[in-house]
Ligand binder design. Structure first.
Ligand SMILES: Cc1ncc(COP(=O)(O)O)c(C=O)c1O
Length: 400
């Protein structure tokens, strides 16, 4: 008979499970002839001018510890990026480069959340975010975007009253990703102002994930940003990343804009979590913020715009697949009529159609079964490959 030994492992860690995207992709990652549309990245390799800047830094011996808040020229270039994209003047001491955006999310959560608190997340939402909150000991509450299929242009809608009703005395943060993953929904300035006003009154932080900020299709340089309305001492954390617009997902560099008053604390968090971001990767990131980087960003945006149209054309040929055309980011969150279990469907697709998608249920427990009828694809892909992947998906859905 085995005796039960006391365990030092925290319940939050013992109970954590691989998220729904990993649970599907791990069964077939890297298999030849499978078209992977499940992850949030393009199939383009990082451009040479960025890689060369990192190589040059290596050749120059930039291999030592550096400032935990990021190298100064990079933080200055980030400051200038915010000025030219959203017209915001951000003081340098509010900018920290702790690693990639995911590390920035962790630092922001660590600033405000402890066991017993809760975080209200606008959802569906990328699972790593709510898992990070759970690891901090927080309860996650999902403020569900509502489906509006009846409109001439079907779209996701956030009911602010419902969002506010989910907040109580233990709510330490409201998490918003706009443009959103997986929906491509964009929060409007009037909604941002209402959330900011509510958060100010309640002493709640706002964690605004803007990693898809420049991936918008309405001709503007950037989606509305909380940086345009927040004061330097508001409890607003804005997260951004080099991963998506510059094809740098493997580099692990992003940044956090935080309230001015806690700059020293965030520096210590960056130190304690990872002692800052990889130094030569930061020199690559610096090259991404050059005019050449702006041009590459435009190229990625054009590629995504085309991928969005390819997906729209595909949907036009389908009876049982529809979407609310995303306003930003690079995902199609596809609603499949008659699909009862998105995880099982995604697993079957691997075997029968050789295409990889992320199951809708990965994106949060919304308390109902509505996400069972969704799968997410990433359309930032080679158009031919995307077309073939969608064709395979269409055949599998027809056979459902
Ligand atoms: C909303 C959102 N935030 C953050 C990230 C992660 O960015 P990074 O690669 O910089 O950690 C992702 C990646 O998919 C994302 O979708």
């Amino acid at each position: 008979m085995t005796t039960q030994r006391p365990s030092p492992i925290r319940p939050a860690i013992r109970h954590i499970r691989p998220n729904g995207i990993g649970a599907v992709s791990s069964t077939a990652l890297g298999q030849p002839d499978l078209i992977p549309l499940w992850f949030g990245e393009t199939d383009l390799v990082t451009p040479a001018f960025i890689s060369n800047a990192a190589k040059k830094a290596l050749d120059e011996g930039k291999t030592f510890y550096t400032h935990a808040d990021g190298i100064l020229p990079l933080r200055e270039a980030i400051r200038d990026f915010h000025k030219r994209t959203v017209g915001a003047n951000i003081a340098l001491d509010r900018i920290t480069v702790p690693g990639a955006a995911m590390m920035a999310v962790v630092c922001a959560l660590q600033c405000v959340v402890e066991a017993g608190d809760n975080v209200v997340c606008v959802s569906p939402v990328w699972p790593n975010v709510f898992q990070a909150g759970e690891i901090c000991g927080a309860q996650i509450r999902f403020a569900k975007l509502e489906e509006n299929w009846r409109s001439a242009t079907p779209h996701w809608h956030l009911d602010l009253d419902k969002l506010f009703a989910l907040c109580d005395a233990h709510t330490k943060a409201i998490f918003v990703a706009s443009p959103g993953n997986p929906t491509g929904w964009i929060m409007q300035p009037s909604e941002q102002r209402a959330v900011l006003e509510f958060a100010r009154k309640r002493g709640t932080a706002i964690i605004s994930d803007e990693v898809y900020g420049t991936l918008v299709y309405d001709g503007t340089p950037h989606a509305p940003s909380f940086l345009q309305i927040a004061e330097p001492d508001d409890n607003v954390f804005v997260i951004n990343s080099f991963s998506k617009p510059w094809a740098m997902t493997g580099w692990r560099v992003g940044w956090l804009v935080h309230p001015a008053a806690i700059k020293d604390s965030v520096n210590v968090l960056s130190m304690a979590n990872n002692t800052g971001a990889t130094v030569f990767a930061q020199y690559g990131a610096l090259a991404a913020l050059s005019p050449e980087g702006d041009a590459f960003r435009d190229k990625i945006r054009a590629r995504c715009h085309h991928g969005r149209e390819v997906t729209q054309t595909f949907i036009g040929t389908q009876n049982r697949i529809r979407w609310m055309k995303p306003e930003g980011a690079f995902y199609g969150f596809l609603n499949v009529e008659g699909m009862k279990n998105s995880h099982d469907f995604a697993i079957d697709l691997i075997k029968t159609a050789r295409v990889g998608v992320a199951p809708g249920t990965a994106f949060g427990d919304t308390g109902d079964s509505s996400l069972e009828s969704y799968v997410r694809i990433c359309f930032a892909q080679d158009p031919k490959l995307l077309e073939t992947g969608l064709e395979r998906l269409g055949k599998a859905v027809a056979a459902l």
